[in-house]
Design a protein around this ligand. Structure first.
Ligand SMILES: C[S@@+](CC[C@H](N)C(=O)[O-])C[C@H]1O[C@@H](n2cnc3c(N)ncnc32)[C@H](O)[C@@H]1O
Length: 359
């Protein structure tokens, strides 16, 4: 391990006195298991490392580490002292891996996509070793591993974590991702990658938000937390002269938004693969459109929404405004007022509230 021990692994973004740990018992179990194996000359692929516990624990070996998450990417860079740069596109996997170590994702389509990719990079001697906290372990994970990799066996649960093992017994599969999805109100289908918010249908909140995208004298509009970019596409349709920015912490979201935007318009958007809008340009945007997430990986809360509102405040021009949608009970109106000094309800229905706040 590059840090002294797994307990030194920090979460990204770095916070003073962060009480949340940057690793879990599944990481420890995987590392313990790997410490019993001779790894000289073996190629190891690490998938979905949260903040670098697995990467740092094995970085003296021949490893490749993949993550879709910008937050994890920065965590891995930080904890490995910039010695390991993760890849963020499954198409960048190369050759055959002897060991594939994976933190099982919550999203089963993403797991399926990863496993299908792995069928091109495993041979019968290759071993898949997955770790998960028991409370997050869906039965579908076993079905998918059985289907694409081979028969599963499990370890005993230790500290509420468990390992799943499978050797490669199957064949290469043709990938079913990304998927083409038809959306009401749009002539062209959307290309949705597997790790996307509401990847197989139009979300009801998004549908309501689409009815309230403003038209005006906007030069630059940010679709913050863009997923497949549908909000930015509608904003461009209504504001043909505006420059559209997309940002998301999922690399697959950035890929989807780019493809969907380019399917609709003969120009390119400005892309930001980032956490909230932390490195965004200051005092430069006219409008931010945001349907915030209420979780990051398995951590639930409104801390990301809050950070998105603060970053938007920094990036908006004076007079520019943010339009936010959320479940009415989330209280975004008060949170925005706290940051912007004002907020105004634009629309409500039985579930959602749309709120503006001006800089
Ligand atoms: C509720 S979805 C909204 C998607 C889309 N804009 C819509 O309205 O259908 C929230 C989006 O925020 C992204 N997200 C989650 N955490 C993030 C973070 N820390 N920084 C930036 N984006 C994040 C998710 O990947 C997801 O695409």
């Amino acid at each position: 391990m590059n840090s002294n021990s797994i307990t030194d692994i920090k979460r990204y973004p770095l916070k003073k006195n962060d009480l949340l740990q940057g690793w879990d018992a599944a990481d420890s179990l995987i590392l313990e298991h790997m410490s019993t194996i001779e790894l000289q000359g073996k190629r190891i692929l690490i998938i979905n490392d949260q903040f670098g516990a697995l990467t740092c624990g094995l970085m003296n070996h021949n490893i490749t580490t993949y993550t879709d998450s910008y937050v994890s990417y920065r965590g891995i860079l930080f904890n490995s002292h910039q010695k390991v740069t993760p890849i963020n596109n499954l198409n960048d996997l190369e050759g055959v891996y002897d060991y594939v170590l994976m933190q099982i994702p919550k999203n089963m389509s993403f797991l399926e996509d990863i496993l299908i990719h792995l069928t091109n990079h495993m041979l019968p001697h290759s071993k898949l070793i997955c770790g998960a906290m028991v409370k997050h372990l869906a039965p579908t994970s076993f079905d998918l591993i059985n289907k694409y990799i081979g028969t599963t066996s499990t370890s005993l649960a230790v500290k509420k974590a468990r390992l799943i093992f499978a050797s490669f017994e199957k064949e290469k599969f043709q990938n079913i991702y990304p998927q083409r999805i038809t959306m009401d109100g749009f002539e062209k289908p959307f290309i949705n990658h597997s790790n996307l918010f509401s990847r197989d249908k139009l979300d009801i909140g998004t549908r309501f938000f689409l009815e309230h995208i403003p038209k005006g004298d906007f030069h630059s509009i940010l679709d913050l937390g863009c997923a497949n970019g549908i909000i930015g596409v509608r904003a461009q349709e209504l504001n043909s002269n505006a420059k559209i920015h997309y940002s998301d912490e999922s690399y697959q979201a950035i890929l989807s938004a780019t493809q969907n935007y380019q399917n609709h318009f003969d120009k390119t958007p400005i892309l930001h693969w980032t956490n909230c809008f932390e490195d965004g340009p200051k005092n430069s945007l006219d409008l931010v459109l945001c349907n915030p997430p209420f979780h990051q990986g398995t951590t639930v809360g409104d801390f990301i929404a809050n950070q998105m509102f603060k970053d938007s405040y920094q990036s908006l021009k004076k007079g520019g405004f943010i339009r936010v949608i959320g479940n009415s009970h989330l209280g975004y109106q008060a949170k925005l007022k706290h940051i912007f000094g004002n907020s105004k309800i634009v629309a409500t229905n039985n579930k959602f509230m749309i709120v503006d706040a001006q800089k």
